[in-house]
Ligand binder design. Structure first.
Ligand SMILES: Nc1ncnc2c1ncn2[C@@H]1O[C@H](COP(=O)(O)OP(=O)(O)O)[C@@H](O)[C@H]1O
Ligand SMILES: Nc1ccn([C@H]2C[C@H](O)[C@@H](COP(=O)(O)OP(=O)(O)O)O2)c(=O)n1
Length: 701
């Protein structure tokens, strides 16, 4: 997951590949609650691992459910949940439980109803935004039923206080009215909770106003069925839970992949999985047939957002499907502008707004007033951010009309504010296919954790950048100047990959020594051949493995540094490492540290830094570093060594250490690591197109 302040997505060109999607949020949290209310243990497979499900799991544990995560590495998203059997333990019922539910509507609403009927004392709260999301219609319905609920903040909104009531105090004889035109989650909440108290008689819920988001109610009914509750549905206006209903654990249940999450990859296929051809050998032509395949959800899904497939088809996507997979290709191009009532797919419809950027006219999405009460006011958010890209947007109380930028010149590189809304972040990543070839900045990318923590990684695995668009920041300089330290901090701040090219020369030196090959010109060919056979892994926690063995420490000795320097003077050795270094240049970007990053390996890199510090400083820093690692050394020896190494690295014939002509010099003798890192990041920011945009929109505001 990207936890950086922002993520810059370089211009993207095409898409091709398979994506396994995480479990559905709606199904995950419903199944968790139903398992918690049932008797016995339910094993839930493929549960979504996200902020909202974590919030629910924690709440269930507080209520007294046993929650055990599978330790099988192949099934880490399987959980065993032992339910309450419809009753709180007496010790739990005697206390006031404080439940914090973050920004998870799929936890807050159903839990409110269930806890109001379960008999206990609870205080339920969430993040600030949760306290702005209405819950009054649900509380009204529960109060009419006889439940006792107080508002602890603003009337109609969480936080809430729930007091216990007995079944005898409830009015179950008359239909329970609930509004259906604000959020279908209120009805879902009642449907899942009422079997707790409906043993003696039928319990009926009557929907007031037109029921929105029926597909979510469909999911609720399907899952209730799996847990033994057969609800009678009268034309989506009256729902009856028959007398004698009680939750029965299905023992085992699989969570479908999230159909709303699928929408981004369906759009991806429609936008970027086009056919193309290129000249092959002997006057032949190579045809490339790209597609995006989504695994885990398909034609037989119970989720309403699967109908996004029809909407995407209307815009030109070519989609084939099986029971649990979808395969998407580009059909009509440009996409077809549409005018559509999106009431049935409120979440996935946001993805249509992103697709509208590539359509042949104005796309209008209607009947989406519910966007205003989601994680943020999504209508306002989408309008504001689409405009930043150069689109013309009209925003109404319950609709949005989007006209794409008129031509390439009208597209702007934008920094997209994401409003702590996962869907805004995911939608706007699709803007990176813009014909102008400009990058897109996604602010606060970690907000995707709500439903799809690995979203950007999944996206990057299935797309190809515009050639040359993946940026490289080069940090070259002499030994112990702080290259590795600065490069890794800059990479971490930007979410970029890191290439420690010196480590490759150090590994080479170590491998040659172990193989008994002298490191000299006579054996250069042999060392180069050895390199081709090495199995090198850089782990995410910055350890280095050679054929599976952790050699992180072994390559850090001064002897290993000297051997690296010796080998690095041999042209055949350098040549053997070139491709390996180029392969590090992957989405979303790379920070490369070494001697010749800017001069030889990445000569077109958009930012090159030449980092230096005085020999005295460098000897002292290296001394401190080695002592801390438990490697003995003296400052005098180190200084002599590093001066010898500098001399060889600078004077060798091939790729000598020198500043690239267009490098920026940074002498960090008298500044801290933090200052050095901040300077590099500031230089990088100056080269980005986004700053100018921010200034532009401020000026025009
Ligand atoms: N201003 C500074 N900039 C970078 N590194 C510094 C600075 N001051 C002290 N150091 C320290 O210098 C040591 C050597 O840095 P390192 O990144 O290993 O150098 P290199 O990769 O160039 O050999 C590290 O322990 C680092 O923390
Ligand atoms: N791009 C590179 C990186 C390192 N080298 C050589 C030269 C250096 O003396 C050795 C070891 O590099 P490394 O960056 O690990 O060394 P320091 O940590 O700066 O001491 O490898 C090179 O020739 N070209």
């Amino acid at each position: 997951m990207f936890t950086t302040a922002f993520l810059d997505i370089p211009a993207l060109q095409s898409a091709n590949g398979e994506v396994q999607l995480p479990g559905s949020k709606s199904i995950s949290n419903r199944v968790l609650l139903l398992a918690a209310l049932s008797q016995g243990t339910t094993t839930i497979h493929d549960l979504l691992d996200s902020d909202d499900t974590q919030v629910m799991l924690k709440a269930l544990e507080q209520l007294g459910c046993a929650v055990v995560r599978s330790t099988d590495p192949a099934h880490l998203n399987s959980y065993h949940v032992t339910g309450l059997g419809g009753h709180l333990a007496p010790a739990t019922a005697a206390r006031t439980l404080q439940l914090f539910l973050g920004n998870a509507g799929t936890a807050m609403r159903p839990l409110t109803a269930a806890l109001a009927l379960l008999g206990g004392n609870f205080e339920m709260s969430g993040v600030a935004r949760m306290h702005e999301r209405p819950i009054g219609d649900l509380v009204d319905a529960l109060r009419q039923l006889g439940c006792r609920i107080d508002y602890l903040g603003n009337e109609g909104y969480p936080p809430l206080r729930i007091h216990p009531v007995t079944t005898a105090q409830l009015h179950l004889q008359t239909p329970i009215p609930v509004r259906g035109d604000v959020s279908s989650q209120f009805l879902t909440a009642l449907l899942m909770a009422l079997p707790l108290v409906g043993r003696q008689q039928d319990v009926t819920i009557e929907v007031m106003g037109e029921l929105i988001s029926k597909p979510y109610i469909h999911i609720t009914l399907e899952l209730l069925q799996r847990f033994g509750i057969a609800v009678k549905n009268d034309s989506w206006q009256r729902f009856t839970i028959p007398a004698g209903s009680h939750y029965q654990s299905p023992r085992e249940i699989h969570v479908e992949a999230d159909a709303s999450s699928a929408s981004y990859f369906i759009a991806l296929g429609a936008i970027a999985a086009g056919k193309s051809s290129k000249p092959g050998p002997n006057n032949s032509t190579i045809h490339i047939d790209r597609s995006v395949k989504v695994l885990g959800v398909g034609a037989q899904s119970i989720q309403g957002d699967i109908r996004f497939v029809d909407a995407a088809r209307a815009m030109g996507a070519a989609i084939t499907s099986g029971p649990n997979w979808l395969e998407i290709r580009r059909g009509n191009w440009p996409l077809q502008a549409i005018d559509m009532d999106c009431n049935h797919i409120p979440d996935a419809a946001m993805t249509l707004a992103a697709m509208a950027l590539y359509a042949n006219g104005t796309t209008t999405l209607r009947n989406i007033a519910s966007w205003r009460v989601k994680e943020t006011d999504r209508l306002a958010a989408m309008a504001t951010e689409l405009r930043k890209l150069g689109a013309t947007v009209e925003e109404g109380a319950d609709y949005i009309s989007i006209t794409p930028p008129a031509d390439r010149e009208a597209w702007r590189p934008a920094s997209i504010h994401t409003y702590d809304d996962h869907r805004v972040a995911m939608c706007f990543s699709l803007a990176a296919f813009n014909p102008a070839g400009v990058p897109v900045r996604i602010e606060d990318p970690k907000c995707v954790a709500k439903t799809f923590p690995g979203y950007f990684e999944a996206l990057f695995s299935a797309v190809r950048p515009v050639p040359g668009s993946v940026p490289v920041i080069c940090v070259d300089g002499p030994t112990a100047s702080g290259k590795g330290t600065v490069a890794s901090a800059v990479a971490a701040a930007l979410g970029y990959h890191l290439l420690d090219s010196g480590a490759l020369y150090r590994i080479t030196g170590l491998a040659a020594t172990r193989a008994g090959i002298p490191i000299d010109a006579d054996h250069a060919g042999q060392i180069a051949a050895l390199i081709a056979q090495l199995d090198i892994t850089f782990t995410p926690d910055q350890r280095v493995l050679l054929d599976g063995e952790d050699i992180s420490l072994a390559i850090r000795s001064e002897e290993a540094g000297m051997n690296a320097s010796l080998g690095s003077a041999l042209p055949a050795v350098r040549q053997a490492l070139v491709q390996m270094q180029h392969d590090f240049r992957q989405l979303p970007g790379l920070v490369a540290d070494g001697r010749d990053m800017g001069t030889v390996i990445f000569p077109l890199a958009p930012l090159k830094i030449y980092l230096t510090a005085s020999a005295a400083q460098r000897a002292q820093r290296r001394h401190k570093q080695l002592i801390e690692k438990g490697i003995p050394a003296t400052i005098a020896d180190l200084r002599a060594d590093l001066e010898a190494r500098d001399a060889r690295d600078m004077n060798r014939a091939t790729a000598p250490l020198q500043a690239a002509q267009d490098a920026l010099l940074l002498d960090n003798s008298d500044i801290t690591v933090e200052e050095a890192v901040a300077q590099v990041l500031a230089w990088w920011e100056k080269r980005q197109p986004f700053a100018a945009v921010a200034a532009h929109s401020q000026a025009s505001a």
